[in-house]
Design a protein around this ligand. Structure first.
Ligand SMILES: Nc1ncnc2c1ncn2[C@@H]1O[C@H](COP(=O)(O)OP(=O)(O)OP(=O)(O)O)[C@@H](O)[C@H]1O
Length: 819
């Protein structure tokens, strides 16, 4: 006999279903529990810390049905895929074994349940390699957003994954191993060939359109079709998505993951970050959008101005700003409510939240109309009075979350429903009267009416009073201390109550579905307005923080780069007295070498320049007294030394990889911020690399560069090239040690004060004194400075002439020489 034949029909049913979901944990609904068996049981008992028991010798662990979401969240967060198998019929009505089916496969990237999501975006990224390019689709199922993006290399895919909130990747088998190796901690699943078949048809069916040419999917079509199939496989309903948007690199400033981390743009390992400082948005939709804007500053002047004008209008009209932000306060996460509506998972409370949210839209519009600079924006926002009215009429102010229990649909919305509800209340009153009457009739004072699933309504009589029970009481159950009875009259009540309850359940569910269905017709339009509300939230937020933190409106110029009294947006919030500093660059002055002691504020200074340009390009005001800025295509950063343990690359190799990236990708419109290059190797190698790199950036690429370094030798570059200048940071030597003044001035650091900083940091006095002695000896012996001078005087000239240098470079070179 084979093993399965020995199993009970229920276990056989389990095994049959599990066969199709072997890569997931199967939660099998059994009465009031979801049970897992065999290996699944062992896993969930460990992950969820619940008891592992046995059923017919099979390991089993179960979770109560009402606590599913909590447990699911834990399982998915721990990296498991979970298939939920439901009972498809009422067990009391079922003939034979209850029919069961999997109704949902839950994975980290396909969540729509509010309790399982944070307010952040939750992206599923589908990646395909096709015709030499990586094509990807990013979907946030919870908001319906779809983005299309191409990558030239695997490393750029990985880089993108590092800075975006992608919780799951799906890909064809051909690239699975490569991706898995690079992102071992991310949930990643391979798609077999079937997913890629008939992609175009799948997309057309999903969007209910005859042609998808306007989506301009190109070679991303295959992976988009596969993504939709995967979503259908997990959500098991028709998929509802917004139209795909292409992410074109030319629209946005490119920020690689290193730069995002080095400038501490979003929450991450470094703690204090720009997003947290700026985020005072009023809605979850706004908070998500703000993060996107920070990660994708604009490059198009008109688009930047469009945002800046709105920020300025609010900045100059604080009363209006406060009024609009007050309205935004009462707006819920409409995007997610709409998604749940389209997946038929919206709750009555969702509808009430939607109603409150859309009810303030007319106020927002009238407020915006009072300012002529905001009228154009206000015209794009639509009102949805009919939707608001419908919800107001149909749904209780504080409904229960279970349509069918009679506490969702308002009185007066359906005559039929009201009648049954009255009948129910009436019968309940009658039941109470019946209890009193029976007490009087029988003299059993402790008699009470109760209810259970098996017998329905019953009369309970304590054992001591059984002798008074009349003949028409029919005994149904004996308990330790009491007996339970029914009577024909009680049964009659029960029938009435039960049929009223059943009817209420059917009618209320149907009305709720109809209301949802009616509202669903407006989803695309409401979605557009929700997007505008999110934008409004971010724009008012920028105006608000700009006034709160004393930012000013930046101007843009093709050639000039001037920051007067600039501040570091994050550091200034944490130090008591932040010292502002200026920055000036133009077509000629393109590079600064910044030397100064440790802890003097070099990194803060160069990062503040990066943050100011970034803020300006997202449309915000900036932390400076005055700023005229060019529009940069990209900010590059190379900051600090560190290993990349995950890929086994040494500090120096990581550093050189970053240098290589900058040298190959930077353009004349880029801003390059360098903090320590060449520290990971010997001093001579380090200086040589840093020198050669600076020359290349200055002569060949002609980008704007700020280079903070401890190699004072590099300051000699300014003698060779007129457009390279030196900056240092003021320190004062007092009897009690060095005092950092954080003031950036022209010049070169005369000392590095490393030993003084060591003393401040608490290195023992003996060690500090010995270090001073050693420094004296080696400084005297150092040949380095002499050698660099030789380089400056002779060899550089030769080198520069050998390399292909254009006329203007030679002139700069010669100006430098004459200096
Ligand atoms: N302009 C400023 N005004 C006030 N405090 C500042 C300023 N700049 C920096 N600081 C303070 O000095 C600290 C050190 O600054 P920063 O890390 O920029 O120094 P650094 O010169 O780059 O140091 P190292 O060479 O050791 O990397 C900052 O954390 C901040 O507290």
């Amino acid at each position: 006999m084979n093993k399965l034949e020995k199993l009970t029909p229920m276990m056989k049913q389990y095994m049959d279903i599990k066969k199709n979901y072997s890569d997931a944990i199967l939660l099998f609904r059994l009465g009031d529990f979801y049970e897992a068996f065999f290996e699944d049981a062992k896993v969930i008992s460990k992950v969820l810390n619940i008891v592992l028991t046995k059923r017919q010798n099979a390991p089993m662990a179960g979770i109560p049905y009402h606590a599913l979401d909590n447990y699911l969240k834990k399982l998915v967060e721990s990296g498991y895929k979970v298939a939920i198998c439901e009972q498809m019929e009422d067990p009391s009505q079922a003939k034979g074994i209850v029919r069961r089916e999997v109704t949902r496969v839950v994975t980290p990237g396909t969540l729509i349940e509010d309790e399982m999501l944070s307010t952040e975006n939750n992206y599923l990224m589908a990646v395909d390699y096709f015709d030499g390019t990586f094509h990807s689709i990013l979907v946030d199922v919870s908001t319906g957003e779809v983005l299309v993006k191409e990558f030239e290399s695997l490393s750029s895919v990985i880089d993108f994954l590092r800075i975006n909130t992608v919780s799951q990747v799906i890909c064809p088998e051909s690239i699975f191993d490569d991706l898995k190796k690079e992102i071992p901690n991310l949930f990643i699943e391979k798609l077999n060939d079937w997913y890629f078949e008939e992609a175009e048809k799948k997309i057309k069916d999903t969007y209910r359109v005859a042609s998808i040419d306007h989506f301009e999917l190109g070679k991303s079509l295959r992976i988009f079709g596969a993504t939709i199939k995967y979503l259908e496989y997990t959500l098991m309903v028709d998929i509802s998505l917004s139209a795909p948007k292409k992410i074109e690199e030319t629209d946005w400033m490119i920020l690689d993951s290193r730069t995002v981390e080095n400038l501490s743009l979003i929450p991450g390992e470094r703690g204090k970050n720009l997003y947290d400082i700026l985020n005072k948005t009023k809605t979850s939709m706004g908070a998500r959008l703000l993060k996107k804007w920070i990660l994708q500053p604009l490059r198009n002047f008109e688009k930047i101005m469009e945002r800046q004008k709105i920020v300025e209008a609010f900045f100059n009209d604080r009363l209006l700003l406060n009024e609009v932000r007050e309205y935004l306060n009462s707006i819920y996460d409409i995007e997610r409510i709409l998604t749940r509506l389209s997946y038929k998972k919206a709750t009555p409370k969702d509808l009430v939240s939607l109603r409150y949210s859309i009810s303030v839209i007319p106020n927002i519009i009238s407020a915006l109309e009072t300012n002529e600079k905001l009228v154009e924006f206000s015209r794009k926002i639509k009102t949805f009075t009919n939707v608001e009215k419908l919800i107001e009429k149909a749904i209780f102010e504080e409904p229960s979350n279970t349509p069918g229990d009679g506490k969702v649909i308002k009185d007066g919305f359906s005559i039929e429903l009201d009648e049954y509800r009255q009948l129910l209340t009436h019968s309940s009153d009658k039941l109470k009267e019946f209890e009193i009457k029976e007490k009087e009739k029988t003299g059993i004072q402790k008699l009470k009416i109760g209810y259970n699933q098996v017998f329905g309504y019953y009369i309970e009589v304590p054992k001591g009073q059984i002798k008074n029970v009349p003949d028409y009481f029919i005994r149904k159950q004996t308990l330790v201390n009491s007996e339970r009875y029914i009577t024909p009259e009680l049964k009659e009540f029960e029938d009435k109550i039960m049929s009223a309850k059943e009817k209420i359940e059917i009618i209320e569910k149907k009305i709720f579905e109809d209301v949802c269905q009616e509202i669903s017709k407006y989803i695309p339009e409401i979605k557009q307005t929700a997007e505008l509300i999110a934008q409004l939230d971010v724009l008012t937020n920028l105006a608000y923080v700009s006034s709160l933190y004393g930012y000013t409106k930046p101007e843009f110029s093709k050639n000039k780069f001037l920051i007067k009294k600039g501040r570091h947006a994050v550091v200034e919030r944490y130090v008591s007295n932040f010292i502002p500093n200026d920055t000036y660059m133009d077509e000629n002055i393109r590079m600064y070498i910044i030397t100064g002691p440790n802890m003097s504020g070099k990194s803060t200074y160069i990062r503040q320049v990066g943050l100011i340009t970034l803020l300006a390009q997202i449309g915000s005001f900036v932390p400076a007294e005055y700023a005229v800025l060019p529009i940069f295509d990209r900010i590059f950063t190379r900051i600090g030394a560190r290993d990349d343990i995950s890929t086994g690359r040494s500090t120096f190799l990581v550093e050189m990889n970053e240098v290589a990236l900058i040298l190959s990708k930077a353009t004349k419109d880029s801003l390059v911020l360098l903090d320590e290059v060449g520290r990971g190797t010997s001093t001579f190698d380090g200086i040589s690399i840093a020198w050669a790199m600076s020359e290349y950036l200055y002569n060949e690429i002609k980008c704007k560069t700020m280079f903070a370094t401890h190699f004072t030798e590099l300051t000699e570059l300014s003698d060779v090239y007129n457009g390279i200048r030196n900056l240092t940071i003021k320190v004062e030597e007092t009897n009690n040690g060095v005092v950092f003044l954080y003031e950036v001035i022209e010049g070169v650091a005369d000392k590095s004060y490393g030993i003084e900083v060591a003393a401040i940091a608490g290195v023992p006095g003996g060690v500090v004194e010995r270090a001073k002695e050693i420094l004296k000896v080696i400084t005297e012996k150092s040949e380095l400075e002499k050698k660099v001078r030789v380089l400056k005087e002779g060899q550089l000239k030769k080198l520069a002439r050998k390399s292909k240098i254009s006329k203007d470079q030679i002139s700069i070179f010669e100006v430098g020489e004459n200096n």
